[in-house]
Design a binder for this molecule. Structure first.
Ligand SMILES: Nc1nc2c(ncn2[C@@H]2O[C@H](COP(=O)(O)OP(=O)(O)OP(=O)(O)O)[C@@H](O)[C@H]2O)c(=O)[nH]1
Ligand SMILES: [Mg+2]
Length: 301
């Protein structure tokens, strides 16, 4: 057997890709599935992601930097406007964009609107039909057709972040549209998110579990201090809500809910940091912070 030599070795490719789409489309779950590590928090509540997260996928011949952004939506608060601005500014900085449309929900006005906006950009635009594990073959075929009729996409890729179906294919497709470029991030770097931000996010994810209505949107978390003490990391964090009535809900009867949130978050943080954690969690009211520019700045937006 003789080895076949590649006459022209393929160039190393590196660049940025991002997922966009309405809230809850599965963007963050897909980002985590692609890099194989939990970098972005996820939940079944819309508008979970609130900042731009970069996750780096290293391969021998390429580096794909995935930028996970908040879901694009009709803003009702100053926070909402800020989040949409973040999304749109990301679009101008990436090489390839995956518009995520869930397989189990009809294509809607919002998807069409985003498709129109994406057409103006220089980036290659793909359609990604997410959550394929939730539908049967016939429904999936119908959805692929509906998506293809919505606009011009370089490719349409169905994928399931939960079953892993087609995740590698999606990476191959995205990589194809990256420019030839030297490596952008060091080999061992998975994200450029500061640890403190990731810890705050894990606390917020735990706090989102089981709350309803407007409360998920009203929750913000700030990690004030992380102090290593021997084998233990001591973490002091504040959980903000917008009204005293919400504080009561988050605390629960005799602070039982907060305790549960703390325990769940601590487990996740210990996994992230690889050390034992002591978590000191306080609930505070920052009145209507989503609409108040000064409070927003304080909370990091
Ligand atoms: N069955 C199934 N559920 C999924 C899949 N991907 C995401 N989900 C679920 O869909 C919900 C939303 O997922 P996220 O990844 O948080 O969605 P997102 O698009 O990042 O949402 P925002 O940050 O709010 O814009 C979560 O409950 C996920 O578990 C999938 O491939 N299959
Ligand atoms: Mg998200």
């Amino acid at each position: 057997m003789s080895a076949v030599r590649d006459p022209e070795p393929r160039p190393y490719r590196a660049g940025f890709g991002c997922f966009v789409g309405r809230p809850n489309a599965g963007k963050s779950t897909l980002t985590n599935a692609i890099v194989g590590t939990k970098i972005a928090i996820t939940s079944n509540k819309p508008q979970t992601t609130r900042h731009v997260i970069r996750a780096v996928l290293h391969r021998p011949e390429s580096q794909l930097v995935l930028v996970d952004t908040p879901g694009l939506h009709r803003p009702r608060t100053l926070l909402g406007e800020r989040l949409n601005d973040l999304v749109r500014s990301t679009w101008t900085e990436v090489d390839v964009i995956g518009l995520c449309i869930p397989a189990d929900e009809p294509v809607g006005r919002g998807d069409r609107f985003i498709t129109g906006e994406l057409a103006e950009l220089k980036a290659t635009v793909l359609a990604v039909v997410t959550k394929t594990d939730l539908v049967d073959k016939r429904r999936l075929a119908e959805q692929l057709l509906a998506v293809s009729q919505m606009g011009e996409f370089a490719e349409i890729v169905p994928v399931s972040a939960v079953s892993g179906h087609q995740v590698d294919t999606l990476v191959d497709v995205m990589t194809k549209y990256l420019p030839a470029s030297p490596q952008l991030y060091p080999d061992d770097m998975l994200t450029d998110d500061p640890e403190q931000v990731m810890v705050a996010e894990l606390i917020r994810e735990a706090a989102l579990e089981g709350v309803r209505d407007e409360l998920p949107h009203s929750i913000a978390v700030v990690v004030e201090e992380m102090i290593p003490e021997g084998q233990v990391m001591k973490i002091y964090a504040d959980l903000y809500v917008e009204r005293p009535s919400q504080k009561a809900i988050v605390l629960g009867h005799k602070a039982s809910r907060l305790k549960e949130v703390g325990t769940n978050a601590r487990r996740q943080i210990e996994e992230l940091l690889g050390s034992r954690v002591y978590l000191d969690l306080h609930v505070r009211v920052a009145k209507d912070w989503q609409r108040d520019p000064r409070q927003l700045r304080k909370l990091g937006f």
